[in-house]
Design a protein around this ligand. Structure first.
Ligand SMILES: Nc1nc2c(c(=O)[nH]1)N[C@H]1C(S)=C(S)[C@@H](COP(=O)(O)O)O[C@H]1N2
Ligand SMILES: [Mo]
Length: 203
């Protein structure tokens, strides 16, 4: 079987090259990528909240303490940025969407989810992707609280999509019957963003 340079490097690093999606290369570091500035918050996160609204029976507004009182899970995932870096075995800990969806009473009409982050950043995914194993509202990465530049205090992690769908500095999830393109999607990135099909751009 033909293996390119990127796949050879993955093999040399001791991983199965089949884990590398087409057109990606492996990095051992965790790069930082976002538009705009890292937001600043008070250390006690006073005034911070997380909201769930739209196609739900009981819209939620959770304080930081209320969110952290919910049971958490840890998932180990490979992340793939559309700018071609991939990082293997990232360990994320947070509240699974399934717990939130239960609390909010997600309606069957909720086919799409829009993640709302600070400064108007949004990312859209089919709601089914949030139901997947490993879809978490993440507070910790690799055993430590998220670093500010990686989304502290809360970020979304959506397995199975390019990493731009995983909004940092998450403040709300809106559930909708109809789809709506998010921030990068309006810049011409693919709505679907499947790294295995190399769905990078819409054109
Ligand atoms: N709020 C916000 N979240 C964001 C982005 C952004 O610009 N703003 N960029 C996305 C992109 S393109 C990537 S690759 C990942 C990068 O996350 P990292 O900096 O923790 O590696 O964040 C995603 N989440
Ligand atoms: Mo990205």
């Amino acid at each position: 079987m033909f293996r390119g340079k990127a796949e050879r490097k993955v093999q040399e690093a001791g991983y199965d090259p089949a884990r590398l999606p087409p057109g990606q290369y492996l990095t051992e570091k965790w790069p930082v990528l976002h538009a705009g500035d890292v937001p600043s918050y008070p250390a006690d996160l006073g005034g911070w909240d997380f909201r769930v609204y739209g196609e739900v029976d009981s819209p939620l507004t959770l304080t930081w303490d209320e969110l952290n009182a919910l049971p958490k899970q840890t998932a180990v995932e490979d992340i793939h940025c559309v700018t071609r870096w991939s990082r293997f075995d990232a360990e994320f800990t947070g509240v699974p969407w399934s717990a939130i969806r239960e609390l909010a009473g997600q309606r069957p009409s909720a086919r799409y989810a829009i993640a709302h982050a600070e400064a108007g950043f949004t990312a859209n995914v089919p709601a089914s992707f949030l139901d997947a194993e490993g879809a978490l509202l993440v507070t910790h990465a690799d055993g430590e609280p998220l670093a500010p530049e990686h989304g502290w205090p809360l970020r979304l992690v959506v397995p199975g999509k390019y990493f731009w769908k995983s909004a940092k500095w998450l403040r709300a999830i809106e559930l909708r019957a109809t789809d709506e393109p998010g921030f990068w999607e309006r810049y011409g990135y693919s709505n679907d963003a499947d790294p295995w099909r190399e769905e990078r751009y819409a054109f």
